[in-house]
Design a binder for this molecule. Structure first.
Ligand SMILES: Cc1ncc(C[n+]2csc(CCOP(=O)(O)OP(=O)(O)O)c2C)c(N)n1
Length: 559
């Protein structure tokens, strides 16, 4: 059964043509023609999620892992505005999300019809393209061109696109098959367009850059959010043999630790101004997505390197206000050229490695006697995660605490750092778990968890999915960042509460347990990851005042 509407048939066929095989649908009537068509299409898998904000983050999680575009479909009105947080995240994290919003035809907008808003171009600041289709048989070529442009961009430029689709009533008329004429017309026009394979816009001044690289004795490679990648790992291993190169990574860089500096804050925090100066690079290479560490941003914005080259096949960003070259290539492509150059004698790397070793000794000494607190919980929890799991992290102190530890190299780690929101981490983690063969473990703070609690209103959560909530009765981050505590309005930052996840777990039929000391935690971790009929939640209660004291003491101890 397919919708009778030609426009709906076009959209469905276009998605199929571009190999979109997953559509997450939120209920409504205006989108009925597409709901009917997608749910009946043999090559398209559909899922139903009521809350559009959760639906969009869930789809984002699927696309994050499958690296393929995922479509989300909703009704008209405020429904599509609830997609916006995930669209912004997709925009800044380079995740292909195809937003399909059903609309009323133009003549029914702003005349007092229900569930109607101005939908055209509504996400314009954060999408790669807004296609505004028209339901009119004479506009078929226009609609095909718009669809083609939108879908091409989502795939080639990796990001969100919006396709707004107005439907007049009737909405529920159906036919037995998709119209072969429409499908063929569409196929022919798409064949002509052919996938827009990103052509290198700018030829890099290779010789010049290689000469700078060969001469420099202080070179830093800083990696942001990045997918696990064996070829890249092998290249970075080569650079570790060059004394003039130091590699700085974050947990979300998914690079094995070795000689890299993988706890940037831990390393930088105790350093004095002049020590930092000695460690500042002459050449800085960056690649990957967002960087979490505020300390490295402060450091490199102050001690600006003479040369900053950012490598990215899609976008250029000038995080440290001193970008000198944008290298429009893949990191593996460009680094392969540099790796072929001779190593340069220098003590630069060694200086970093010595600092790293000092911190590691202090870290271990502190952790041995650290009382039960968020910091201690992270040590225990991170050690417990089974090899090869996918680890999804929420914002904000969750990712920051994790960065203080050596995380098992076999884990794949992800966090919504595009916009660093606390509004969709659980939904994203569930989406990511659905397409992950191994177990997915999600660690979240309490505010983030309760914020996105509708994420659990989801019929597809795999039974091996695990949620660990660190419940410190509020936004713990606000006790650490400078500012909130100096005001008389801390409650408005931290937002203290007494909620627990137990009633929610019962409502959504998840297995629940809680702990409030280290012995219980260790004991619970021992059978937490094994097979189970239901996904599990473990809620770890910690004391915010102890957390604050312990983390401050920890950083002072590192000095
Ligand atoms: C949608 C959104 N609203 C507000 C914020 C600002 N914010 C950042 S962290 C945070 C508190 C998070 O608290 P919790 O999830 O309990 O984690 P904790 O800091 O305790 O680890 C808030 C409100 C945000 N990042 N995203």
């Amino acid at each position: 059964m397919y919708p009778k509407k030609e426009l709906a048939q076009l959209v469905i066929s276009a998605c199929n043509q571009f190999d979109i095989d997953t559509v997450v649908i939120s209920p409504g009537s205006r989108n009925a023609p597409l709901t009917i068509g997608f749910t009946n299409h043999p090559r398209i898998k559909t899922m139903s999620i009521v809350d559009e904000r959760c639906a969009a983050f869930y789809a984002l999680g699927i696309a994050q892992q499958s690296k393929k575009p995922v479509a989300i479909l909703c009704s008209s009105g405020s429904a599509l505005l609830n997609y916006y947080p995930a669209i912004a995240e997709a925009f800044y994290s380079n995740i292909p999300l195809v937003v399909l919003s059903a609309d009323r035809p133009k003549h029914l907008i702003d005349i007092g019809d229900g569930q109607t808003i101005r939908q055209e171009n509504v996400y314009d600041n954060h999408v790669l393209f807004s296609a505004n289709l028209i339901e009119d048989a004479s506009k078929i070529s226009f609609n095909i061109a718009e669809l083609s442009k939108a879908l091409n961009l989502a795939i080639s430029k990796r990001g969100p696109v919006h396709i707004n689709i107005p439907f007049d009533e009737p909405l529920y008329e159906t036919v037995g098959e998709l119209d072969a004429v429409i499908v063929n017309k569409l196929k022919l026009s798409f064949d002509e367009v052919a996938l827009d394979q990103e052509s290198s816009k700018e030829k890099i001044k290779e010789v010049k850059l290689c000469n700078i690289w060969k001469r420099a004795t202080k070179k830093m490679i800083l990696v942001g959010t990045n997918y696990p990648d064996n070829s890249l790992q092998m290249l970075l291993n080569l650079f570790q043999e060059d004394g003039s190169v130091i590699i700085l990574t974050e947990t979300t860089s998914n690079i094995a630790s070795g000689k890299t500096i993988n706890s940037i804050d831990q390393l930088i925090f105790p350093l004095l101004e002049e020590e930092l100066e000695a460690l500042s690079p002459e050449v800085l290479i960056t690649f990957g997505g967002m960087i979490v560490s505020k300390k490295i941003k402060q450091f490199l914005r102050k001690q600006q390197p003479k040369h900053h080259w950012h490598i990215d096949a899609l976008n250029s960003i000038d995080t440290f206000h001193c970008l000198s070259e944008y290298i429009n290539e893949t990191p593996v492509g460009f680094l392969t050229k540099l790796a072929a150059l001779p190593f340069v004698e220098s003590e630069y790397q060694q200086k970093y490695v010595l600092e790293k070793e000092k911190r590691a000794v202090k870290h271990d000494a502190y952790m041995k006697q650290a009382p039960f607190s968020d910091l201690k919980v992270f040590e225990t929890v991170l050690r417990s995660i089974p090899d090869n799991s996918q680890l999804q992290l929420a914002n904000s102190s969750i990712i920051r605490y994790t960065q203080l530890f050596d995380v098992n190299d076999s884990l794949k780690v992800f966090c919504n750092r595009g916009t660093s929101g606390i509004d969709g981490s659980t939904s994203t983690a569930i989406g990511a778990a659905v397409v992950e063969d191994n177990q997915t473990v999600f660690i979240t703070g309490d505010l983030s968890f309760f914020y996105d609690s509708n994420a659990l209103w989801n019929a597809y959560i795999p039974s091996n999915f695990r949620i660990i909530i660190i419940n410190n009765s509020g936004g713990g981050i606000f006790r650490f960042i400078p500012g909130p505590k100096s005001t008389n309005a801390l409650d408005y930052f931290e937002t203290p509460h007494q909620l627990t996840a137990e009633p929610l777990s019962a409502m959504h039929q998840l297995s629940y347990s809680s702990v409030c000391n280290v012995l219980e935690l260790k004991e619970r971790m021992s059978d937490f990851y094994g097979d189970s009929k239901q996904p599990k939640i473990l809620e770890v209660f910690t004391d915010k005042e102890v957390n604050e004291k312990v983390l401050k003491e920890y950083f002072n101890f590192l000095k």
